[in-house]
Write a protein that binds this ligand. Sequence first.
Ligand code: HEM
Length: 144
Amino acid sequence: MTPRQQELVRTSFSLVLSQEERITELLYQELFRLEPSTKALFRGDINEQRKKLMRMLQIAVENLGDKATLQTMLFNLGMIHQSYGVEEHHFVSFGKSLNFALKSVLKDAFTPEVEASWIAAYHYFAVTMKNFPHGTDAVQVPHN
Ligand code: HEM
């Protein structure tokens, strides 16, 4: 990501937060439409999950400039996701769903440049989550 893209993701995030309910609703709706099999992986309360996703995105966006902190966090998150049964290809439909939700809700504010910046940010998050050091002791997280 370029510094300009980081800045655009950061500055557009306040708008995302102000519309987080609608965005996360659309995101999961679209994910389950594109990849119906993922629905069964969500065993907890989906409304709580929507909040957890947004809080994590917020922390990730705030730490875009601190790659070391971000990497540790995303490696952990990636390990947890593997234990939830999330597969690598799911990240593609999740990314498309996030993009769809942002575009639908932010409308004109989601300019091509802002869109490209979000795609780059999501790509970075997803690649880092998928590339956690495999073979080390995985963190154990209780399922709901
Ligand atoms: C940048 C991408 C993503 C972020 C930031 C993210 C964030 C999170 C967070 C914060 C949690 C809660 C973890 C906890 O309970 O401590 C979570 C849980 C989960 N995520 Fe993700 N996630 C991402 C991508 C994905 C993808 C691609 C899938 C695939 C379907 C997925 C499926 C799940 C599932 C199944 C759970 C467990 C939900 C439950 O317990 O009901 N996530 N995610």
